[in-house]
Design a protein around this ligand. Structure first.
Ligand SMILES: NC(=O)c1ccc[n+]([C@@H]2O[C@H](COP(=O)([O-])OP(=O)(O)OC[C@H]3O[C@@H](n4cnc5c(N)ncnc54)[C@H](OP(=O)(O)O)[C@@H]3O)[C@@H](O)[C@H]2O)c1
Length: 317
């Protein structure tokens, strides 16, 4: 059972290990089976998003697991083309998942996209640049998120892919502080400065792509592999996941393989208990020592305020 919990500022507890569900290609039955298996194996936290097109499958998995809805922490996210229609998007999400509420609802990216563009998810200009809704103020999107808490449709709201600069746009007028910020966080992109800032604001960090995303490329890292051997851990993945847990980061490893779904849960907790301050010091230095790398960088064409993100090219409108 996933017993490791982290307190959110609103009094909720979030299970520190959640099952990620994003797939490069949709495969509904695989996702439903993974969610069912994950819940039967002890996960009590599932991360999904309207944009992934997988909410129905996640709902099927939830139902098939037999685990009561109230025992599972369910997160979904509003996509850029719905920043002006947050409640409409949330209602779709709730219907897809077959639930009356979410435990956590996130703004997927602080980037509003043109509702009337040439695509419902990824509207583009003819020149290939993203069709950004520049007149949509992120503070208004956040107000719409707050309204969902007030209506009782979600228990908590949070950010995703918000740099300090983007958080500082919403915090001065926010009635509800984001409970979390879901970010690309892993050995090669630890964002230590941003983590300090989040701590000072009582915003819990969540790590997406903790293994480096598709194909888990971080598994070949020499420092992490050496530490796994030294501590008698079964896999480098245990070190990658346990390392993030030692920083009070919620981790969201995704797997469709029953054995890896299980070993990510048990291995992460084992490593969390075994890693020493010396190991953590070594791991903290890996990115700074020349391995800094991001795997997810949509070419939005606007400055999101992140370190280690290639200079944006402003989309000519
Ligand atoms: N907010 C956002 O913008 C955002 C962006 C990206 C992701 N996310 C969320 O974060 C979750 C996790 O991120 P992610 O899916 O990008 O990447 P990830 O969890 O770092 O890695 C997933 C990959 O690692 C493999 N894998 C998993 N466990 C393994 C293990 N123990 N040994 C070897 N390989 C293993 C998986 O393959 P198998 O399935 O074959 O095991 C898959 O190819 C997503 O699913 C999604 O829920 C959010």
């Amino acid at each position: 059972m996933s017993s490791h919990l982290i307190a959110l500022h609103n009094g909720q507890n979030i299970p520190a290990i959640g099952l990620g569900t994003w797939q490069p290609k949709p495969n509904a039955s695989e996702i439903a089976r993974a969610v069912e298996h994950g819940l039967k194996a002890g996960y009590r936290h599932i991360d999904c998003a309207w944009f992934y097109g997988n909410e129905k499958a996640v709902g099927d998995g939830l139902l098939a697991s037999g685990v009561p809805r109230e025992d599972v922490f369910v997160t979904s996210k509003v996509w850029g083309t719905y920043h002006r229609r947050v409640e409409e998007s949330l209602d779709q999400t709730l219907a897809n998942l077959g639930t009356t509420y979410l435990d956590l609802y996130l703004v997927h990216w602080p980037v509003a996209l043109n509702v009337n563009g040439n695509h419902p998810l990824m509207p583009m200009h003819p020149n290939g640049k993203f069709d950004i809704d520049e007149s949509r103020d992120i503070r208004d999107t956040w107000k719409a998120m707050e309204a969902m808490v007030k209506k009782g449709k979600v228990k908590a709201i949070g950010a995703s892919n918000f740099s300090q600069m983007m958080l500082e746009k919403i915090l001065p007028t926010a009635e509800i502080i984001p409970a979390v910020n879901q970010l690309e966080l892993h050995l090669y992109n630890p964002q230590l400065k941003l983590l300090d800032y989040l701590k000072s604001k009582k915003i819990v960090p969540q790590a997406y792509s903790p293994l480096g995303s598709t194909g888990a490329p971080l598994l070949t890292d020499e420092s992490a592999t050496e530490i796994a051997k030294k501590r008698g851990l079964k896999s480098t993945s245990d070190v990658l996941l346990g390392y993030l847990l030692t920083k009070d980061i919620v981790i969201l490893p995704k797997s469709m393989s029953p054995s890896r779904i299980e070993s990510n849960l048990t291995g992460a907790l084992k490593a969390y208990n075994m890693l020493t301050p010396e190991d953590i010091k070594i791991l903290d230095g890996v990115a700074a020592g020349g391995k800094q790398k991001r795997f997810t960088m949509p070419p939005w064409g606007i400055d999101l305020g992140f370190d280690n993100w290639p200079a944006p090219t402003k989309a000519p409108l």
